[in-house]
Ligand binder design. Structure first.
Ligand code: KG4
Ligand code: ZN
Length: 383
C-alpha cells in the first residue's frame, strides 16, 4: 500500500499540537506549542485562557508541522483531531479548525479519543524503532494530569477495542504531582520539578499511606458488574497528607519565600530549585514521589496478573517520570512482563499520537461526520 500521511491536531488541554505521521509508524513532524507560561501564575490550567491560546497558536502550529514534514495542505491524505476527553472550549478550537480544513480540502476527517492517542503513542514509538510485534492482551496504564486509567487493549483486524478495568476515584496522579508542587511553592507543572528534585532527597523519610478503594463485596478491591475485580486508584488523600505535614512542621513561611524566589526566575533550573529547597522539602518530595510510584506500579502489576496481560504499556505525561520508568522496568521484569513507554516527547500531550491512532481508523474508513462535536468526558469504549 502506498504511504499515507495523516495530519493530527491536538488541543484538549494546555498544549496546541500538530503533527504529520506517515502510515501510523513514522513521525515526520511533531510541533507542540506549550501554554505553560500562560497558566504558571495561576498554578494550574485556566480553561478560558487555554481556549484563547489555542486560537492564537493553531494556524502557525499546523503550518509549521506541514512545513517540517515537507507536506502541504493538499498533499496530506486525512485530518485527525482529538474529540475528547478534555476541556470543552479547548477541544472546540482544534475540532473547528480540523473540520474547516477537511471541508475546504475535501479530505476525510478522523475523530480520535485522546486516551486512545496516548495508548498509540507507545505503538508509534515501537514502530519507529522497527518493532512491529505486540503480544495481546495489552494492559495500558494512561497516567496524566487528567487520567489514571487502566485499559485492556486488544486488536481485531485493524480495529482496536479497549476495556476499562480501573481508574482514579478522585484526583489523577499528575494532578496530585501538580497540587503537591503548588502547595510547596514549586510552581506549575509539578511533575517535572518533583521528578528532578526527588533524586536529591530521602524517599524513606516520610511515610505516606495511599487510600485503598474498599468495596462492600470485597475487602481489598472493587468489583465490576460482571464480577471481575477492578483496580481503582485514589490520590486526593496523599495530597491532604502532604498539606498536614506542611502545617504540622511549620513550613508555611519557607514555602512563601520559595514561591517568591522562583517566581522571580523566568525558567528556573535544577540548581535554582535546589538552592531554595532545604533537605526537609527535598525529603518530603522524594517520599511523596516514591509512594505514588509504588502505588501505580503495584496496582498495575496486580491488574496485569489478574487479567493475564502479556504486555504492559505505560503512557501519558506522568510516564515521563524517571523513577516510575525504572520501577516499572524492574518490577515488570521480575514478573516476566515486557513494559513499553513512549519517548518523553510522545509521553506528554502531542499530535503525533493522534495521527498515529487515526491510521487504523483510516484503513477501515471510520470517518467522522461533519456534525460531530467535542465531548469533554468522551469515554474510551469497548467495541
Ligand atoms: O499527558 P499530559 O501532557 O496532559 C494530560 O493529558 O493531562 O500530562 C500532564 C501531566 C501533568 O500533571 C504533569 O505534572 C505530569 O503530566 N508530568 C509528570 C512528569 N512530566 C509531566 N509527572 C511526573 N513526572 C514527570 N517527569
Ligand atoms: Zn494527555
Amino acid at each position: 500500500m502506498p504511504d499515507k500521511h495523516i495530519l493530527g491536531i491536538e488541543s484538549s488541554c494546555d498544549e496546541t499540537g500538530a503533527a504529520v505521521v506517515r502510515s501510523g509508524e513514522k513521525v515526520l513532524s511533531n510541533v507542540v506549542f506549550s501554554q505553560i507560561a500562560t497558566h504558571q501564575p495561576y498554578g494550574g490550567v485556566v480553561p478560558e485562557l487555554a481556549s484563547r491560546e489555542h486560537l492564537r497558536a493553531i494556524v502557525p502550529v499546523v503550518r509549521k508541522a506541514l512545513e517540517e514534514a515537507g507536506q502541504t495542505y493538499q498533499s496530506v491524505d486525512a485530518i485527525a483531531v482529538t474529540q475528547g476527553p478534555g476541556l470543552a472550549g479547548a477541544l472546540l478550537v482544534g475540532l473547528s479548525y480540523a473540520k474547516a480544513l477537511a471541508f475546504a480540502l475535501e479530505k476525510p476527517l478522523i475523530a480520535v479519543n485522546h486516551l486512545e492517542g496516548h495508548i498509540h503513542a507507545v505503538l508509534l514509538e515501537e514502530r519507529q524503532k522497527g518493532n512491529h510485534e505486540v503480544n495481546f492482551p495489552v494492559l495500558a496504564l494512561v497516567v496524566s494530569g487528567g487520567h489514571t486509567h487502566l485499559y485492556l487493549a486488544e486488536q481485531k483486524g485493524e480495529s482496536w477495542s479497549y476495556e476499562n478495568v480501573g481508574h482514579t476515584r478522585d484526583d489523577a496522579a499528575g494532578e496530585a504531582f501538580d497540587k503537591v508542587a503548588k502547595l510547596l511553592g514549586l510552581g506549575y507543572p509539578g511533575g517535572p520539578v518533583i521528578d528532578r528534585l526527588s533524586s536529591h532527597g530521602d524517599p524513606k523519610s516520610v511515610r505516606f499511606a495511599i487510600s485503598q478503594i474498599k468495596h462492600p463485596d470485597r475487602k481489598a478491591r472493587g468489583k465490576a458488574e460482571d464480577g471481575r475485580a477492578r483496580f481503582d486508584f485514589s490520590y486526593s488523600g496523599i495530597k491532604t497528607a502532604v498539606l498536614r505535614y506542611v502545617e504540622t512542621h511549620n513550613m508555611a513561611s519557607a514555602i512563601e519565600k520559595r514561591r517568591k524566589a522562583l517566581t522571580a526566575i523566568a525558567k528556573p533550573k535544577l540548581e535554582d530549585y535546589l538552592a531554595v529547597c532545604e533537605p526537609e522539602t527535598r525529603n518530603l518530595v522524594a517520599s511523596f514521589q516514591r509512594t505514588m510510584v509504588e502505588d501505580l506500579v503495584e496496582k498495575t502489576l496486580a491488574a496485569a496478573d489478574y487479567f493475564n496481560a502479556v504486555t504492559l504499556f505505560v503512557t501519558g505525561g506522568v510516564a515521563a517520570n524517571n523513577e516510575l520508568r525504572t520501577r516499572f522496568e524492574e518490577t515488570a521484569a521480575q514478573q516476566g512482563l515486557p513494559v513499553f513507554f513512549p519517548s518523553r516527547p510522545l509521553s506528554t500531550d502531542n499530535a503525533a499520537m493522534i495521527a498515529a491512532a487515526a491510521y487504523p481508523k483510516w484503513l477501515v474508513k471510520e470517518f467522522a461526520p461533519m456534525d460531530f462535536s467535542a465531548e469533554a468526558s468522551l469515554p474510551l469504549r469497548k467495541l
